[in-house]
Design a protein around this ligand. Structure first.
Ligand SMILES: [Fe+2]
Length: 403
């Protein structure tokens, strides 16, 4: 009899423990992870928040307020749109907050019974004279995760308003593991010490799309489903306040270069009175490593560069070559110190950096160095100046003294 009771008790304990484990697993699967902030509309009044859960039952509700201590009635609740796609085992939730006030911080809580995800973000000022705008521009994180993590840390320390990320996030377009690592790192690291999440303005690179070039949108499921930016998502324009427009283009990955030329012209024409015009695209027209006569650089120089020059674009961000690069000011295919456009590049946010051409031997290169880096671009609050500085990954020459 005693044995039987003991047996029953033991079974109950096992069942309860099993249930607890199951319940914890379910709880973990509902955990909001991999939060990414992007914009589909005006960065002064909107913010798009996208996250992943492992389970379909994961939380798709967030609330936000202007203070973390706001009274209950001051919080606004938003239900995200939830979806999945064939290549992922997770569920994606995305919500656009609209009607926000410019240059204001908003505190967000993504619901979860045990560990809600809490952070804040800050909208962009809509008029000049408020504060400097700090933008980081880089790309090519790809495969060296530890270096990428160092770069992320270095980036968050700059306290940027947002990051322009110019393609090649990962190495293998359809590898969920690589994307998971990238988004896990971004979630953990691209947040300031006081909890402000840093939005990203992404461009598609050849590593985001299976096949690299001239493919259809469904070959880049992670790029198109995880970065919720203006449609069609691989090329789009965003205005940051009254003084800055940023155009993102696709260098023959899911849309051909020539298909975007007319659209680019139109966007820049629409923004002709905007003081500062920036453009980003992945494959460098003015390469620091690769062949100047490569098919895509030639196409870009034939199709887009005349349009950029016609509209007096100020600065172009390129990538793909994995090296630090600054061109001379260029117009009409030659150096023009008065009226030329400077092109910055060429990606080095974790991808293996490559040996560059010798800048002295190539007329378009002002500087080319094999080093991990990104660019820091500061638009001063009077909007009269863009301060452009490279930020290099420390080369390991520092040391620590401790007692
Ligand atoms: Fe690339």
């Amino acid at each position: 009899m005693k044995r039987m009771i003991l047996g029953i008790l033991l079974s109950i304990v096992v069942i309860i423990s099993g249930f607890e484990l199951w319940a914890q697993d379910s709880m973990d699967a509902m955990q909001p992870r991999q939060v990414v902030l992007t914009w589909q509309n005006d960065p002064s009044t909107t913010m798009t928040i996208t996250w992943r859960t492992d389970s379909q039952m994961g939380s798709n509700i967030l609330r936000y307020a202007e203070s973390p201590d706001a009274k209950p009635r001051k919080w606004k609740y938003v239900q995200a749109t939830t979806f999945t796609f064939d290549e992922t085992s997770g569920w994606i939730h995305t919500a656009e907050l609209t009607g926000l006030k410019p240059d204001r911080s908003y505190y967000v809580v993504i619901n979860h019974p045990q560990s809600p995800d809490k952070f804040h973000f800050t909208t962009i000022p809509d008029t000049r004279g408020k504060r400097d705008l700090v933008i980081l521009a880089g790309g090519d994180s790809r495969s060296r995760r530890e270096v990428r993590r160092e770069m992320n840390e270095l980036a968050a320390r700059q306290n940027p308003d947002f990051v322009i990320f110019d393609g090649d996030f990962i190495a293998t377009a359809l590898s969920e593991q690589q994307w998971d690592e990238w988004f896990d790192d971004w979630h953990e690291q691209m947040i300031t010490a006081d909890g402000r999440r840093i939005p990203v303005v992404p461009a598609i690179g050849n590593h985001e799309i299976d096949g690299g070039y001239n493919q259809t949108r469904d070959k880049a499921p992670f790029y198109f489903n995880r970065f919720i930016v203006p449609e069609p998502r691989n090329y789009y324009a965003l205005n940051f306040g009254q003084d800055l427009v940023l155009v993102t283009l696709d260098t023959d990955h899911a849309t051909s270069v020539s298909e975007q030329t007319g659209w680019l012209d139109q966007q820049l024409e629409t923004n002709r009175n905007v003081r500062w015009k920036l453009v980003q695209y992945h494959v460098a027209a003015w390469p620091s490593v690769r062949d100047f006569d490569g098919e895509i650089p030639v196409k870009i120089r034939n199709e887009w560069i005349p349009v950029l020059e016609k509209h007096n674009v100020d600065l172009v961000i390129e990538a793909h070559d994995h090296a630090y690069k600054k061109t001379v000011p260029i117009r009409n295919n030659r150096q023009d110190d008065e009226n030329g456009i400077v092109y910055l590049g060429d990606g080095g946010w974790g991808a293996p950096v490559r040996e560059t051409k010798n800048a002295d031997d190539y007329w378009w290169l002002a500087e080319a160095v094999t080093i991990d880096h990104f660019w820091k671009i500061t638009l001063t609050k009077d909007a009269r100046t863009l301060i452009v500085e490279p930020v290099f990954r420390p080369a390991g020459t520092g040391f620590t003294l401790s007692k």
